[in-house]
Design a protein around this ligand. Structure first.
Ligand SMILES: CC(C)(COP(=O)(O)OP(=O)(O)OC[C@H]1O[C@@H](n2cnc3c(N)ncnc32)[C@H](O)[C@@H]1OP(=O)(O)O)[C@@H](O)C(=O)NCCC(=O)NCCS
Length: 129
């Protein structure tokens, strides 16, 4: 069974290790004040979503599920919980993702739409949309 819960501050190292395992070529910078939701199978962390609380807005920095666990709905569970948390804040939510990433389909289901800034594609969600 998969459980989604908020990471405790003492687990920052654990979340960074998981993020590094899923994104070995990128530096995932998780700071102490960030919100991280963890997906756990038993005691094993298998996915995360990372949210930065910036002035006046929330930035969904990224999410990932361990390669062997993808396609089973864990990303959807993480997104649902993240959207619930973010909607409660009433702040606009942004996320950045490469336009060709398959995850765009997942984000689009939650009301994000693509805005282009030069060559960058940013997904934006207005509060309560
Ligand atoms: C994107 C990701 C978090 C989705 O997690 P998941 O547990 O596989 O998601 P779900 O099983 O709930 O599937 C939801 C959607 O995720 C996407 N998805 C599914 N498998 C995927 C895969 N192997 N790679 C990328 N996206 C995938 C699809 O859009 C899927 O919707 P669909 O079934 O209508 O096509 C996960 O595939 C992943 O970690 N990918 C690599 C990292 C990444 O690209 N992160 C997002 C950008 S920061």
């Amino acid at each position: 069974m998969i459980r989604i819960r908020k990471m405790r501050r003492t687990e920052l190292g654990r979340a960074r290790l998981l993020a590094h395992a899923i994104f070995p070529r990128s530096v995932v910078k998780i700071d102490a004040g960030d919100t991280v939701l963890l997906a756990e199978a038993g005691k094993m962390p298998v996915g995360f979503v990372h949210i930065k609380n910036e002035r006046g807005r929330l930035l969904l920095c990224g999410m990932g599920v361990a390669a062997s666990m993808r396609g089973q709905g864990i990303g959807t569970l993480l997104m649902e919980k993240a959207m619930e948390l973010m909607a409660a804040s009433g702040k606009p939510v942004y996320l950045k993702v490469k336009a060709m990433n398959k995850a765009v389909n997942l984000y689009a289901r939650y009301g994000f739409f693509v805005m282009k800034f030069g060559r960058a594609h940013v997904l934006v969600k207005k509060p309560n949309s």
